[in-house]
Write a protein that binds this ligand. Structure first.
Ligand code: CP
Length: 304
């Protein structure tokens, strides 16, 4: 039995197979529409979510399966003090596979140790968000035809943004990837990513504060929201939340084929005037998120 805790749990060749399956599902969804008949997905979300939870549920319904779960810790017995370890033992009796989101780093890993069904990390604190990374990689592969030879800019909250941490870990396995990190001083990439992931693997990176100073060099721009829920100080959040606003003027400085991605939700960091730009692919990303989660459910349930 396999779980998904980190994007690195799959080798790059396993990821290729997963993305090929997701692309096959995209082209021929009917072929997969009953494959999960009789199977149940549990979504255990101890933190708010729109995309991740609903895309998992949509994925399971599109495969012909069923879904149960909770979307708020307060409506589960976590509010009475039940541990994640005990909860997953219950869920293992009710479902065939479980996606879990939790504010504490490592909680899905703890759950996987006690589970008798596959567990998927649907986001743990500021740590990892592997299925968002699968979504991001599938989007890039589908729209650019490759996952190598990119200069990718990651902009915004690089300290708390778990999607950023997961994406860096995943992309360093492909050739000729360079990173440009764009953030205010207070939200720079954590030292453990800089030292243990980038420098240890000789991955080139540069750091900027102003997006205008580097946007013209980028093949991909990954915008992120300032993560209000991870700040200890509301004043600090208010000071930093509108530090970056991608608008038409900044897009005019970018390459004609640069793609703009965002894991969403967006707050103010991308002006709505950018939505109609052909390079803005963040809403397409959402659709790829359903295909890749369908492929992941089939892979972890070993149904193919
Ligand atoms: N991208 C993402 O994780 O969105 P949600 O928080 O809405 O699930």
């Amino acid at each position: 039995m396999r779980h998904l805790m980190s994007p690195l749990d799959f080798t790059t060749s396993e990821l290729e197979k997963l993305f090929d399956l997701a692309s096959e599902i995209e082209k021929n969804p009917k072929k997969f529409s009953t494959i999960c008949n009789g199977k149940i997905l549990a979504t255990c979300f101890y933190e708010p979510s729109t995309r991740t939870r609903l895309s998992f549920e949509s994925a399971m319904y599109h495969l012909g399966g069923n879904v149960l779960g909770f979307s708020d810790a307060a409506s589960s017995s976590a509010s009475k003090g039940e541990s994640v370890s005990d909860t997953i033992r219950m869920i293992s009796c009710y479902a065939d596979i479980c996606a879990i989101r939790h504010p504490k780093e490592g909680a899905p890993m703890v759950a996987s140790g006690k589970s008798s069904i596959p567990v998927i990390n649907a986001g743990d604190g500021g740590h990892q968000h592997p299925t968002q990374t699968l979504t991001d990689l599938l989007t890039i592969r589908s729209m650019k035809g490759r996952l190598s030879q990119f200069t990718i800019g990651l902009c915004g909250d690089l300290k708390f943004g778990r999607t950023v941490h997961s994406l860096i870990n995943a992309l360093i396995r492909y050739p000729d990837i360079q990173f440009i990190f764009i953030s205010p001083e207070e939200l720079k990439i954590p030292d453990y990513i800089r030292e243990d992931v980038l420098e240890k693997n000789n991955i080139p990176y540069k750091e900027f504060v102003r997006l205008e100073d580097c946007i013209g060099d980028l093949d991909l721009l990954y915008m992120t929201r300032v993560q209000r829920e991870r700040f200890f100080n509301e004043e600090e959040y208010i000071r930093l939340k509108d530090f970056y606003i991608l608008d038409k003027n900044k897009m005019a400085l970018a390459k004609k084929d640069m793609l703009v991605l965002h894991p969403l939700p967006r707050v103010n960091e991308i002006s709505v005037e950018v939505d109609d730009d052909a390079r803005a692919v963040y809403f397409k990303q959402v659709q790829y998120g359903v295909y890749v989660r369908m492929a992941l459910i089939l892979t972890l349930l070993e149904l193919l």
